[in-house]
Design a protein around this ligand. Sequence first.
Ligand code: G4P
Length: 283
Amino acid sequence: MHFQWYPGHMTKAKRMMRENMKLIDLVIELVDARIPLSSRNPDIDELGKGKARLVLLNKSDLAEEHMNNAWVEFFREKGFVAVKVNSKKGNGLKQIQGAIQEACREKTERDRKRGILNRPVRAMVVGIPNVGKSTFINALAGKACAKTGNKPGVTKGKQWIRLNKQVELLDTPGILWPKFEDQKVGLRLAFIGSIKDEILNTEELALEFIKFMGGEYPGVLEEKYQIPSWGDCFETLRGIAESRHCLVRGNELDTEKAASLLLDDFRNGRLGRITLEKLDNND
Ligand code: G4P
């Protein structure tokens, strides 16, 4: 399967990110809880050198709870402060303030030694497209927060959202592009819908997804679509088409439509909570 991308956008986004990095103390990196590694871009480690770091496992409502906890532990062991959140519903957001303080402890201590007290932490949210950056910023900022705008001393054109006395957030998130040279990573990104379906063959993708489900979540598709267990990906897709009345020209099964329906059900959590990337299958 081939993936294409648009290098022009990437270069511009990276340049902007470099500029914005100069203004902040803390990088809040959103990853997708269903694929915590594949939804990262290792460039962030170089871009965010010297900054405090916070990793958020967003969309945690769509991934298995015990795996979310395992991934939080994984990131913590790597030295990041990590929290699982559901930006859509607001779960986990209460923990953010404490997590920010924890991530910025060294900076606060440095400031204190220099006699600087109560200087707010400046933060930027970063992550790959569709990981939930805007949703998170809106959820965190809510309606009560005023934008600070172009104050004297604040870089022109940059908008800061004052969350409280301690934290100011850049209102435009930094966009990271996923690394999908690796076939497995590319597939996982495609499953969650991070790579546009138009540049992929939907049916092929759905067959790969059925294969994954057969191995890691046996019986789930059969139960959901009320189909027998064929043990054959294409038969399963045909089964889904039949069960959901996806038909073309009279009575022919529309497997293309069934493929879209299946991927859509997965992406919206209608197949239940599914973690695509487990700690022991991410090689
Ligand atoms: P971005 O800025 O990083 O590109 O992402 P954005 O906030 O636009 O979010 C992308 C999609 O992910 C949105 O869905 C959003 O609602 C959903 N989303 C964000 N955070 C969470 C979360 O924690 N859990 C779940 N389940 N979904 C989340 P959409 O399909 O574009 O819109 P809609 O379904 O909200 O209408």
